[in-house]
Ligand binder design. Structure first.
Ligand code: TEU
Length: 545
């Protein structure tokens, strides 16, 4: 593709960009097998162009046995036939690029599938050259090296009798951890990255990248001693050119760590996904399933620290939704009476901040959580958790409540395109049920409604591209203790932006700061101006020198 060299994005382009995450299995099916595919994504590029996004984060489409929906890769340089062919992938990259949309692939470098050729070789003998690509410890059956647990339940060690060894896996036993200490392995991964860059891929989301430098003997998974050394080498040898954007998924990041990961000199990553705000509505010391109400002052304090901490010293990713998280309108908004207002309010709160926003498929429609029966869920995390908790004696009804509130399948139901059967997602039965509310909530309806959530996201994206204060402004939090209103100011030399959001379903009084007395309202989720803030009301006011 000769054209690509000429079209390369300029350094730092992603600071002005808005990204859209696609979960390919659930986006658009074109062959009626009930699974989304690459051709389906191509057929929806016009929709994404209309929304106004600059890049697509594509959840994994690599060859995979799909034990964890593609986060278990068996060939880093092949497309899984369920999604299509390499030709389809090339077409997606090219067609997207023609519309000014970059493709960001989702690379899982912490572990591979146990069906990867390397692991199959590694299983053959202790002296096979690929054996050291994975993390092994000698041992005897039923006596694992230590008590480390896998994220999806059970031990993090699985025994291979004919080797007399255990292999280490932070996730499923079908996701053996890669050994980053091995230089050949690292070089193979860099080669795979170059393979995709040569095809025109313009960035990578790096799955659990803070967990690659593990030291299982010391029970270290995140932030291992060699992590920054590995990341710098990765950046130099695999990405080391202007224009490639890298997004690290880092559950362990706090502000100081994120300053290093996303340092402006680009030595490690462009930006990180950090999850501090996402973990606020769970019980202290508990897991994500142990739900607690969200405290708005805590949420504000969290965003404020991240906004101020990375200003000029790193770069934030702005997100509330992804394929691992419940739908935000059901979580922090109201997915009943005020669904439309609260979805817009949450978007306003987030998109006014500094960083690169990510919209997860369906978020721009205000899609909601789903309630399924246990047997209808596909995600192994849900089933393992249900078994573990009910065996521990927890009430099955309470466990289902947690699944309905927090299960990952909430985000993975098919995209709601229209009110046709299966929401226009597929002609065949989808792999995961469609949310019943697709007759009211769907893209076709929202495209035809000037006041829809979709049209609001479109405006937010345009505003970000119109006023430099969105990209550059510093951040001042207003009324930090207020339990109902989230308000902040972003400022540059010649522009000031006021963002005000009512997080409740009641009217709340709010006095506009004097500096904004003559500012113009550039966005709002109610058709007319009012004195106080109506339920879930949000607005943006702009003052210019
Ligand atoms: O997620 C990382 C991760 O730790 C999650 O499993 C998270 O803890 C969990 O979703 C909370 O319930 C990444 C991917 O985003 C996820 O889809 C994969 O399953 C996981 O890595 C393993 O590759």
């Amino acid at each position: 593709m000769a054209g690509f060299a000429l079209n390369k994005r300029k350094a730092g382009w992603w600071k002005e960009a808005v990204f859209y995450q696609i979960y390919p299995k659930s986006f658009q099916d074109t062959d009626g097998d009930g699974f989304g595919d690459l051709k389906g994504i191509i057929s929806r590029l016009d929709y994404l162009e209309e929304l106004g996004i600059d890049g697509i984060w594509l959840s994994p489409v690599f060859q995979s046995p799909q034990a964890d929906n593609g986060y278990d890769i068996s060939d880093y340089c092949a497309i899984d036939p369920m999604f299509g062919t390499m030709q389809d992938m090339q077409e997606l990259i090219d067609q997207a690029k023609r519309r000014g949309i970059s493709i960001i692939m989702d690379l899982v470098l912490n572990h591979s599938s146990d069906e990867h050729r390397w692991f199959r070789e590694a299983l053959k003998s202790r002296d096979n050259p690929y054996h050291d690509y994975y993390v092994w410890r000698d041992g005897e059956e039923n006596c694992p090296p230590n008590d480390m647990k896998a994220v999806f339940g059970g031990s993090a060690w699985t025994y291979v009798p004919h080797l007399g060894q255990y292999y280490f896996h932070q996730f499923l036993d079908k996701q053996p951890d890669l050994n980053w200490e091995n230089e050949n392995l690292r070089q193979e991964l860099y080669k795979a990255i170059r393979f995709w860059v040569d095809k025109g891929v313009e960035g990578f989301r790096l799955d659990v990248i803070d967990q690659i430098a593990k030291e299982p003997d010391q029970k270290i998974t995140a932030n291992g001693p060699r992590l920054h050394e590995f990341l710098r080498e990765l950046s130099r040898e695999a990405f080391g050119e202007e224009g490639i954007v890298t997004v690290g998924e880092t559950w362990s990041a706090d502000v100081p760590r994120a300053q290093v990961f996303s340092a402006p000199d680009g030595s490690e990553l462009s930006m990180v996904f950090q999850f501090e705000h996402i973990c606020l509505d769970q019980q202290a010391g508990g897991e994500k399933w142990d739900i607690a109400p969200l405290s708005l002052p805590k949420l504000k304090d969290c965003f404020c620290r991240w906004q101020q901490g990375l200003h000029g010293q790193g770069w934030n990713s702005l997100f509330m939704d992804n394929h691992d998280l419940p739908r935000i309108v059901s979580r922090w908004g109201d997915d009943g009476k005020y669904r439309v207002q609260s979805a817009k309010m949450l978007a306003t709160m987030l998109h006014g901040m500094q960083g690169t926003p990510y919209i997860y498929q369906g978020e721009e429609l205000g899609m909601t959580n789903i309630r399924l029966k246990l047997e209808e869920y596909v995600d192994p995390e849900i089933h393992n958790m249900y078994a573990e908790r009910t065996q521990r004696g927890m009430d099955p009804h309470d466990v289902m409540q947690s699944i309905w509130a927090r299960g990952r399948d909430n985000a993975r139901t098919p995209m709601q395109w229209s009110d046709e059967p299966y929401a226009g997602f597929s002609n065949g039965k989808p792999w995961l049920p469609v949310n019943e509310n697709y007759r009211q909530i769907n893209a076709r309806q929202e495209l035809g409604d000037p006041d829809s959530v979709f049209r609001y996201y479109q405006k937010l994206i345009r505003l970000r591209k119109t006023y430099p204060v969105f990209r550059d402004g510093d951040f001042t939090l207003l009324c930090p203790e207020d339990e109902r209103i989230f308000a902040y100011i972003r400022s540059t030399q010649d522009q000031k932006l006021l963002v005000v959001c009512n997080f409740t379903d009641r009217e709340v009084a709010f006095e506009i700061p004097d500096a904004f007395a003559h500012a113009k309202q550039i966005l709002g989720n109610y058709p007319d101006a009012g004195d106080g803030l109506r339920p879930y009301e949000a607005k943006m006011l702009l003052w210019e020198e």
